[in-house]
Design a protein around this ligand. Structure first.
Ligand code: VGL
Ligand code: ZN
Length: 191
């Protein structure tokens, strides 16, 4: 079991937005399943809960019309970019918008944002990473957190992957593990 230490621990909720959930523009298979798990985690006594969000302009470089790999998704101020309505978002203390200009792509919540400085300033040492998608933004966020000096745990039942090619999620888990990221079940976290 792992005890949450509110002064040194932070929960990071990666991109739990309508467009990454069933019915959305870039739905992650079973993506909505992370919501009840994260809501349970939100009952723990965190002082710092960060939600990242993909926050693209309509002409974003990652969209197919601009030669990118993805259909348009998470366009700023649209419903698709909203956090999933089932998330107990009143528990979120900080929202990090990323990839918010036309030419900037960022899978990691630490890329092009002040998240690392913010967390270090608060005295955060351990981060617990949840959300979507395991093989893109969760992976990038967890590895960047580790490289920025945090102790990093991915909450395995609170993430889901795209798995565009078979094995993508497994490879993502291996990459995170090689980078020094640890894994934990949500049931092992307690107050
Ligand atoms: C993501 C693809 C494109 C993610 C964001 O949140 O994992 N994936 N943009
Ligand atoms: Zn995106």
């Amino acid at each position: 079991m792992t005890t949450v230490h509110p002064d040194n621990d932070a929960l990071i909720v990666v991109d739990v937005q309508n467009d990454f959930c069933p019915g959305g523009a870039l739905a992650v298979p079973d993506g909505g399943a992370v919501v009840p798990v994260i809501d349970l985690l939100l009952e723990l006594p965190w002082k710092t809960v960060v939600a990242t969000r993909d926050w693209h302009p309509a002409n974003h470089v990652s969209f197919k019309e601009q030669g990118g790999p993805w259909p348009p998704h998470c366009v700023q101020t649209t419903r698709g970019a909203d956090l999933h309505p089932g998330l107990r978002s009143e528990q979120i203390t900080h929202i990090v918008s990323k990839a918010a200009t036309a030419n900037a792509e960022a899978y990691s919540g630490f890329e092009g944002t002040s998240l690392s400085k913010y967390l270090h300033t608060l005295g955060v040492r351990r981060v617990f990473v949840t959300g979507l998608a395991t093989d893109y933004c969760v992976k990038a966020t967890a590895i960047d957190a580790k490289n920025d000096g945090f102790e990093v745990y991915v909450v395995v039942d609170a993430v889901r992957g795209v798995e565009a090619s078979p094995g993508d999620v497994e490879r993502a888990l291996e990459e995170m593990s090689s980078a020094g990221v640890a894994f934990i079940a949500s049931s092992s976290l307690h107050a």
